[in-house]
Design a binder for this molecule. Structure first.
Ligand code: NAD
Length: 373
């Protein structure tokens, strides 16, 4: 007999759900439980790092989720954390300093820890959250090195918690249509791609400090170009890369990271992506030619709200009113994975895959040689 939602404790519900058959990853959004057997309470998310992305994207997105809620805060700034707690109604017992993050282990209100600090700190907080028995999401880029990624993945495996990378575009309708077209082969396969994702960095922060960022725009923005290419190639990784750093326009600001990177990804089927990323001019475009058609995101290709995509079949346009909040869909999907036992379509391994490609690009730029993956 299936218990009714009212007779389920949350613990029983999670146990029961984890044995449920894995749901399909097709379709959008992937909320197999949200509209039917809902949990007694929404899953609690603790944000680690209350900077720009947490403040302007993730916290507002959490207010729009169906299966999650903002339940905890981890910050190095008690004054900021207290203001957040008041604004978002988070009790004082669920507000932590970075050094106390391990204490989330004793907090039953927190199910998921979402790490939103500079990339070099992702590893430490992911490992500590996993050891505290919490499921984890880490922002992109997953970590500066493949070894860091491996340590994070292993910590989550050992703790039997789920681990996801914050790849919001996998929950965007335009990018899902791109993935659908790639899977179905309706356009005959994408074989020639050009893309650039860049912005003009006006103020210095951790992004130009290698010790915190792990690298320059290639790590920060170029990783979206890699994601786009792999979506178009059904997540098949490139076989080789070539790359070069453009001369620095502001060498005094970009001392130990690149200011600009241009790279080529070669795929096993012969497809090629010519990509670029830099910190000195805004660009956000993605053009793809397939054997029987094409797609063109002339602007906002990787933005929080993709506005338009032209295709050989006519314009692709999703009405703004029906456009999902990418981060809300992303977090709801992860919660749904926890509740159903389904695997996330954006696991830590996908973040690791892309760091491996980024590192090969850095090696190619450093050596001037084609690097085989
Ligand atoms: P930010 O500088 O605005 O915020 C970083 C936060 O980390 C701040 O609260 C800061 O106080 C804290 N922090 C802790 N230790 C720190 C240290 N030693 N040095 C500097 N800051 C420290 O940065 P952000 O733009 O919010 O980026 C945070 C993370 O989110 C990064 O991994 C970034 O790549 C990612 N991000 C993702 C997206 C996306 O679209 N998925 C967009 C923006 C940022």
């Amino acid at each position: 007999m299936n218990p009714s939602p009212d007779t389920l404790t949350r613990r029983n519900f999670l146990r029961m759900a984890s044995t449920a058959a894995a749901a399909t990853t097709a379709g959008f959004p992937l909320l197999s439980l949200a509209d039917g057997l809902a949990p007694r309470r929404k899953l609690g998310v603790a944000l680690v790092g209350l900077g720009n992305y947490s403040e302007h994207q993730l916290a507002p997105a959490l207010a729009r989720t169906k299966l999650c809620r903002l339940a905890g805060l981890v910050s190095g700034n008690p004054v900021k954390a207290a203001a957040w707690a008041r604004k978002w109604d988070v009790p004082a017992r669920s507000v932590y300093r970075y050094e106390d993050i391990d204490r989330v282990a004793d907090n039953p209100d927190i199910d998921i820890v979402y790490v939103v600090t500079p990339p070099s700190l992702h590893r430490e907080f992911v490992v500590r959250a996993a050891k505290a028995g919490k499921h984890v999401i880490s922002e992109k880029p997953l970590a500066p090195t493949v070894a860091d990624c491996d340590a994070m993945i292993e910590a989550c495996r050992a703790a039997k918690v789920k681990f996801s990378v914050g790849y919001r575009l996998h929950f965007d309708p335009y990018h899902r249509e791109l993935m659908r077209l790639a899977r179905s082969g309706e356009l005959g396969g994408f074989d020639d791609m050009v893309s650039e994702h860049s912005f003009r960095m006006r103020f210095d922060n951790w992004r130009s400090n290698r010790a915190l960022s792990g690298g320059g725009p290639m790590m920060d923005m170029g990783i979206y170009v890699i994601q786009g290419a792999l979506m178009a190639q059904n997540e098949v990784v490139p076989v080789a890369v070539t790359a070069y750093e453009e001369p620095k326009q502001n060498p005094e600001r970009f001392v130990d990271v690149e200011e600009s990177m241009r790279f080529t990804l070669e795929f096993p089927n012969g497809a090629v992506m010519h990509g670029g990323s830099n910190y000195d001019r805004p660009e956000d475009r993605f053009w793809l030619r397939a054997k029987k058609g094409w797609m063109d995101f002339p602007a906002s290709a990787y933005s929080y709200q993709v506005k338009y995509c032209a295709t050989s079949r006519g314009p692709l346009s999703f009405p703004i009113a029906a456009y999902p909040y990418q981060q809300a869909a992303q977090m709801d999907d992860f919660a749904d994975c926890l509740l159903t036992g389904r695997e996330t379509p954006v696991p830590g391994e996908m973040g690791r895959r892309d760091i491996r490609i980024v590192q090969a690009i850095y090696q190619a730029a450093r050596t001037g040689k084609r690097v085989v993956l």
